[in-house]
Design a protein around this ligand. Sequence first.
Ligand SMILES: [Zn+2]
Length: 265
Amino acid sequence: MGQLISLIIFITILFGIMVVFLYKRKLLKKRLSQKIPELWREILVKKVLFYQQLYDQDKRLFEKRIQRFLATKKIEGIDTEIDDSIRLFVASSAVIPTFAFPEYNYPGVHSVLIYPGSFDEQFQTQQFEGSKENIIGIVGNRFQNGVVILSKPDLIAAFDGLPHKSNVGVHEFVHLLDKEDGVIDGIPELLMQHKYVGPWLHEIKKEMRKIETGKSDINPYALTNNAEFLAVVSEYFFDSPKKFKTKHPELYEFLSTIFNIKKNI
Ligand SMILES: [Zn+2]
């Protein structure tokens, strides 16, 4: 008798889980089938350079990816208000480096926390901003898994509609892609065929020497290690692709292969 009751409870729980799962899936499908609000499109047109440069068909694809990210991840302001612009900047940061992989939606990420300023490793917001020591983004490897933390002013500065070489959002999401193979080491094995690993490491060394001797316009933060090198050059690659291609043609080729960007951007 006891066994029968346990079985009935088990089946009821299983059925309940299935119903919730199917309901959530249906809700997501419904949300994704809706068009994005016109206000969102206006923000993307004004502020997200990568989106501006896409063909119309790809713009629609970008919008769908944004919707999916926003429908499946929690974005929360910590001691700061966040609006649609901030949510769109976060989702754009996630979609830009994975645009060539339409099914990818950061399975390891469940939340993005937005802080009002830079912060130190204990997550205490700091008074001073902009110095190199201040952390403006964190991927939750050492702290909390599945969480990305970004500084609001740095995110706003990254998405001002103008080309530059830095983008804190793209930087952190590239770390997450790098982390997919289990280790953040500058070799995103999820995206990179094994035969490219050796030449890629050689290219990193070569460019690092140029940065060290003042012969490169890449942010010297790239010298920290191979992982930071990948994140820093990816910011430049996605934010100012034409300039990056002219100044760093070999690196441009590597990053085009890694991120599967087939056409010239
Ligand atoms: Zn980094």
